[in-house]
Ligand binder design. Structure first.
Ligand code: HH2
Length: 410
């Protein structure tokens, strides 16, 4: 899916996009005070663009738990010089404005931003601003407001409640012709268990057919999860959680402070996706009712003469690589299976049919494919079932079938 974002297009199909965080605040939980002056903020944007950011998210109001609200005029005073400065540099990276105030979003979009990131869920007034500017919006779920959101949050079913909430935001956006991206709001009015449940079931948001944004970067749930980690030591945890979401194809945008590392993550995941074998059905090759003659039985009398046996062989193969699927080299020849079973039966005498079945399995797993050039050899066999039945003994006992079956896995 592609989404227009100002003069840019966000393409979500190849790999997760990396959204670099730029907090022009004195009090953000991880980078507060670092980029407070426009010069420093603009320099940091330039660095993130060079490191491979696909988007830069500029915010001027901290939403960390307990943070105090910022007045509109103060927010604009921080935001606008930075947005104008970055837009003037023409970094080739679209800017998003991280704000919950429709008026602030309106000014930021006029100053050069081309997307809105609203942690308060993008209500009607925000969607109207987006519609007027033709801008996509991230609607994030938050329970309550930053000042109080971590006071004993409760959900009956956190995944379903958040999915339904975000679904309503997508529908509201569609009514106004606005592209809504959804974000479960990790850490916003959620306990550690709520965050983990959301992350483990992120794919539930795929029902909404909207791009999914994930913001886990350096957040305090990692501190609780990993047993006391200061903000500057949460990169490995952040990368791991983002890699989990990206590998499961459950996130389209990763909102992060560490752009270089996440661009590497996104590129690696994209390469692995390209090399992943197309979901091929498991192939099973059958040779059933193979007539064999064998001296088999627990008494010497039974083994005195060869008996007629019927052998069934089923071979499950690992999915073949890309291409060459319609080629005998990639599979096991059923004529070979029958020949192996007959050779093993004729070669020796056995007390138990189980033993005969095991010997047939051994002959197949060590030799299968040899007649077809050996390339399909034993390594392609994932599992094997051999069944040996004794029709004569069944007749004597007056039963339908007697025999033995073995399952083999490497
Ligand atoms: N998290 C934060 C801020 N904005 N937006 C979205 N869509 N998703 C998030 O998870 C999200 C967000 C909090 O992180 P940060 O901006 O680093 O901190 P602060 O709010 O203290 O400025």
């Amino acid at each position: 899916m592609d989404v227009a974002c100002g003069t840019h297009t966000l393409a979500f199909d190849e790999r997760p996009l990396v959204m670099g965080v730029l907090n022009v605040t004195p009090d953000s939980f991880s980078d507060g005070g670092l980029y407070e002056t426009p010069d420093r903020a603009i320099e940091h944007a330039r660095r993130m663009a060079a490191e491979g950011a696909d988007l830069i998210d500029v915010g001027a109001e901290s939403t960390r738990p307990g943070a105090a609200p910022v007045e509109l005029t103060d927010e604009l005073e921080r935001l606008l010089p930075v947005i104008e400065g970055i837009t003037g540099l023409d970094l080739g990276v679209p800017l998003s404005v991280d704000t919950a105030k429709p008026e602030a979003a309106d000014h930021a979009l006029a100053a050069g931003a081309s997307m809105i990131n609203d942690v308060s869920g993008a209500g009607e007034a925000m969607l109207e601003v987006a519609a007027r500017h033709g801008a996509p919006v991230i609607a994030m779920h938050m329970r309550g407001e930053p000042r109080t959101m971590q006071h004993a949050p409760r959900y009956d079913d956190v995944v379903t409640e958040i999915r339904d909430y975000l679904s309503a935001r997508v529908t509201a956006g569609r009514r106004l012709g606005v592209h809504v991206l959804v974000d479960p709001g990790i850490g916003f009015g959620k306990t550690l268990e709520h965050n983990l449940e959301l992350l483990a079931n992120l794919h539930a948001l795929r029902d909404l057919a909207a791009p999914v944004v994930l913001g886990v970067s350096r957040k305090s749930f990692l501190d609780r999860l990993l047993g006391g980690l200061p903000v500057e030591e949460r990169l490995a945890g952040t990368l791991s959680v983002n890699a989990w979401a990206a590998a499961l194809d459950a996130a389209d945008v990763l909102r992060v402070h560490d752009v270089r590392e996440h661009r590497q993550l996104a590129e690696s995941i994209a390469a692995l996706r390209r090399y992943r074998r197309a979901a091929a059905p498991r192939r099973r090759v059958l040779a059933r009712g193979i007539p064999c003659r064998c001296r088999v039985g627990v008494t010497a009398k039974e083994r005195a003469e060869p008996q007629d046996l019927l052998v069934d062989v089923e071979v499950s193969l690992a999915p073949a690589g890309l291409g060459a699927r319609d080629n005998l080299d990639t599979t096991v020849d059923y004529a070979e299976l029958a020949a192996r079973a007959q050779a093993v039966a004729a070669r020796d005498e056995y007390r138990l049919v189980e033993t005969l079945a095991e010997r047939i399995a051994a002959a197949i797993t060590t030799d299968a494919g040899s007649r077809t050039g050996g390339t399909a050899g034993p390594k392609r066999i994932e599992s094997l079932r051999v069944r040996v039945s004794k029709p004569g003994a069944a007749r004597e006992l007056g039963v339908a079938e007697v025999g033995a079956e073995i399952d083999w896995r490497p």
